[in-house]
Design a protein. Sequence first.
Length: 193
Amino acid sequence: MRNSLLLSAARHFAAHGLDGANINEISVGAGLARGTVYNYFDSKLDLFLAVIEDACLRVARRYKDREANAHSAVDLRSKLLQLLQADLEVLREEEDFARVFVREALSFKPETFAVIQKSLSPVLEPLIGILKSGQKSGEIRTDLSVEMLAQIFLGTASLFYVQHWGSEGAWPELESIPALVCEYYLQGVGLKA
């Protein structure tokens, strides 16, 4: 039932946004009685965060699968690229919801920003691991914390997605975003030769 609610919620949030989505319609859309959402989630925001966390868990799993299939040690850029490619795969499955998520994350609402950040932890954990490894190998600057570097990375990716959607796909193409993010991110945080 929980998965049905998450799928229905993703569709409703995509269509109506966080504020416009209706809890009863989400329950009915999942084939359940009105109000059933409250058996699993305390509020509409909790449900929204659960949809985000579910997507982030899928990204993390796909990244781990990609990492496991890499037959040799890969460099920092390759690891970051693999993480973004996993993100793009999940985004394509629920692109309309991803738009709503990015809009909410960038909406400057103090009451939602911190909890949205927390729901990103399944993606932040492998990202922070990659960045720590990059600092240890001397590929990334060490004057900023890995948490700050992770936020810069995710922010860069979000802004490229916003640019893609805002330009109706004119630039950048969705497929090119992972490589663009890696290129511009590493130019900004990479050590200068």
